[in-house]
Design a protein around this ligand. Structure first.
Ligand code: DGJ
Length: 730
């Protein structure tokens, strides 16, 4: 008996040992399982919904899939890390030396310690798992313990194998004035690469966030979907390799092109985090995971509803003057707005900023335009009961500026060549790898906010790429550090600003939506989705942007018609209804608006204040995509208690007697009764559902039919139609 008992104990000890090498990293509803056997490469086992039993694992049959494969001893496979060692050896292998997990206030950090058995190069592979949101962040810290410098030629944040089947990739692409456009494609054999090389802004043409729908083309509210977001402000590369195994290999990190990194002896290179999530509630489910995690742990002031503002740009462009600003402040206050933002054009002494050819870098008030300076504007804002915000572009200069005259050595340029010039034919990018430039950029903000503590909001713009590779600060050997050093410098400035000015609201603008990423949002409260404020195109752009970012960060403004970018004339009601699905604002010259228009905006602002907590802090359920071309697009937000919901319905085209689908709602409590109230109503008669109550079950299985046109007087008819319904549980 004893003998058998001892054998059983031995067997148990062996299996515990085996299980002990298998790490299960648990976030709220997701698990990541890895094998971390000492003396071997760590391998991927599982990523998906939280495992209910430790025995719920059938390891992948594709053989051992490296979790953070290094290049050199299995060269045909994809590598996350490639290194040239101090002695020139190009091969690396990383073996597990140990692992540990420590608790944090909001979850755990698990570290798998790796080291090359031959070289003194080690990697700490980190996994931060959040207890109360469905997110695991992973990143790598590479430490050079060798005698000399090692060169990193690839340094991904993480790698995730995804089981083949019918996996579809959803990602965002676009360009200036057309950001955040959804692309969906099946993953086929070969390689799919999504990359950015702008140097400064990284989300105009592509995004560092993706989703993988595991069961065929992504659906909004059903299906298993993995989400991934590289939290980085600079150049990135995401690649999915589909080889002859059963898996797609997703790898994400800083774009290594022209960025070989010379890691000095004793130095550690830390990659940006890659955030991974999973939902069995479709694309919208993954969006909700990103939004919740973002609001709770990433975004600046993620729990604080945003103010309703008027921005001066499309209203006056560079034509800034005291009387004009005072008028705008009075007008936005009159419509119930809470904040006024003075955009470009207020600064420059020797070179007044009258257009985009001069002055960036000279952040002094132009006294001709604003004789009473910022104090005068703040006084006016106070008088009108609104807050005041101001535009800056502190990472940039013009060659026609006093700053450039003083510090031509501060700008990015290739040595022995003239600068490549950007906007206005004179714009240049300041070299943020240079600590003196970092100090200066910090000073720009510090000086403004210290001298004028009542400035409540900064619009931080960035309108140029790194066009020419060259730092006048970095050594000849380290020129390839430019892109990385720029963003380290940028982040360090942001950290200093936030340490000193934790409360100021800062918008990330970069020629529109060039800085929509989770790398900047810890320091910024929101971003400007696009310079294109056309409401119809915004339906598409905001739809895509909402895949990864919550409504509270998506600055969405009511502007004039014909639209200044696409010249389309939409109805004011339509423009309001679209802007109200994000962070509502206005970008218009109020004095050109009729009394009726101002009244409609005033009503919309008042009603937005009622729904603001639901829109900005609630859960998104996208219902009918504009990309499906069904003639209508629709989404809704639901508060956490499922007591309040806001339903948006926008007609995206207009044909007589066309048939539009009836949109089913989602996210409600089937057992609650919701009373319907239409917001921004322009119709002469209420909707048939106005004031009526419907069960969540009915609204989710049947939806409500919307009339295809508005019931308004003949002279008010237009080819635009939209609805916003506020649902409140009785
Ligand atoms: C580009 C931004 O996207 C615009 O909103 C505006 O601020 C201009 N720059 C000002 O130059």
């Amino acid at each position: 008996m004893n003998k058998y008992f001892n054998i059983l104990l031995l067997f148990l000890a062996m299996s515990v040992q085996a299980v002990a090498e298998r790490l299960t990293i648990q976030s709220k509803g997701i698990s990541l399982v890895i094998d971390a056997e000492k003396g071997h490469e760590p391998t991927f086992v599982y990523f998906g919904p939280k495992l209910v039993s430790a025995s719920d694992i059938q390891p992948p049959r594709s053989g051992r899939m490296g979790l953070y494969p290094a290049y050199g001893l299995n060269t045909p496979t994809d590598a996350a890390l490639s290194v040239r060692h101090a002695d020139g050896n190009m091969s690396t292998t990383l073996h597990v030396t140990g692992y540990d997990t420590r608790s944090e206030s909001n979850g755990t950090i698990t570290t798998v310690w790796l080291k090359d058995p031959v070289y003194n190069l080690s990697v700490a592979l980190r996994y931060r798992a959040y207890r109360d949101v469905d997110m695991i962040e992973t990143w790598a810290e590479v430490t050079n313990g060798e005698r000399g410098t090692v060169t990193l030629t690839q340094f991904a944040s993480g790698m995730l194998p995804i089981r083949r089947g019918d996996v579809w990739l959803s990602h965002l692409y676009g360009s200036w004035a057309n950001e955040g456009i959804v692309a969906e494609e099946p993953l086929l054999a070969g390689q799919k690469v999504i990359a950015n090389k702008d140097g400064v802004r990284n989300s105009h043409t592509a995004h560092a966030e993706v989703m993988f729908s595991l069961d065929g083309k992504g659906r909004e509210n059903e299906g298993n979907v993995i989400g991934a977001a590289l939290c980085y402000s600079g150049n990135y590369k995401l690649r999915v390799t589909t080889d002859d195994t059963e898996y797609h290999y997703f790898c994400a990190g800083i774009n290594e092109e022209n960025s070989a990194y010379h890691l000095k002896r004793g130095e550690t290179f830390t990659t940006p985090p890659l955030a991974l999530t999973f939902s069995s509630e479709g694309l919208s489910g993954v969006s909700r995971n990103f939004h919740k995690w973002g609001r709770m742990y990433k975004l600046a002031h993620g729990d604080r509803p945003r103010d309703i503002l008027l921005n001066s740009w499309e209203g006056v462009y560079f034509d800034i003057n005291e009387a004009g600003m005072a008028d705008m402040m009075r007008e936005i206050a009159g419509m119930g707005g809470e904040l006024f933002v003075m955009d470009d054009g207020w600064f420059g002494d020797k070179y007044p900023r009258d257009n985009d050819h001069t002055s960036l870098g000279d952040w002094v008030v132009n006294k001709r335009k604003l004789p009473h300076g910022i104090d005068g504007l703040l006084h006016e804002a106070k008088k009108n009961g609104v807050k005041f915000g101001i535009w800056i572009e502190p990472e940039m200069a013009n060659t026609l500026s006093e700053l450039y005259e003083r510090h031509p050595d501060w700008v990015i340029k290739a040595s022995r060549r003239p600068e490549v010039l950007g906007r206005g034919g004179t714009q240049v990018v300041l070299d943020l790898s240079n600590p003196k430039v970092q100090d200066y950029v910090f000073y720009v903000v510090d000086n403004l906010l210290s001298r004028y503590p009542d400035i409540a909001y900064i619009k931080w713009d960035a309108n140029m790429s790194i066009m020419n590779h060259g730092s006048q600060y970095l050594s000849v050997d380290n020129q390839s550090h430019l892109y990385i050093a720029y963003h380290r410098g940028f982040e360090s400035v942001c950290q200093r600003i936030r340490a000193k000015f934790p409360d100021v609201v800062i918008q990330a603008c970069a020629s529109g939506g060039g800085r929509a990423n989770w790398g900047v949002l810890p320091y910024f409260d929101e971003f400007w989705v696009s310079d294109n404020t056309d409401a119809l195109q915004r339906v598409y752009m905001q739809w895509g942007t909402s895949y990864f970012f919550p409504a509270m960060v998506m600055a969405s403004h009511i502007s004039a018609v014909p639209n200044h970018t696409v010249f389309r004339t939409t109805s004011l009601k339509f423009r309001i209804d679209v802007a109200m699905s994000g962070r509502l604002g206005m970008e218009i010259q109020p004095k050109n608006m009729t009394a009726w228009e101002k009244n409609l905006c005033k009503k919309a602002i008042a009603e937005y204040k009622e729904i603001r907590p639901v829109v900005q802090l609630g859960d998104i359920y996208r219902l009918l995509s504009p990309y499906d071309k069904r003639g209508v697009a629709s989404l809704m937000y639901v508060d956490e208690a499922k007591d309040k919901a806001v339903f948006y319905w926008w007609k995206t085209e207009n044909f007589q007697n066309e048939h539009l689908p009836r949109v089913r709602m989602a996210g409600l409590n089937p057992n609650k009764l919701y009373t319907v109230r239409e917001l921004n109503r322009i119709d002469n008669n209420p909707l048939d559902c106005e004031g009526k109550s419907y069960s969540g079950a009915y609204l989710m299985s049947q939806g409500l039919d919307m009339p295809y046109t508005h019931d308004v007087d003949y002279n008010k008819k237009s080819d635009w139609s939209s609805r916003v319904l506020y649902l409140i549980a009785r």
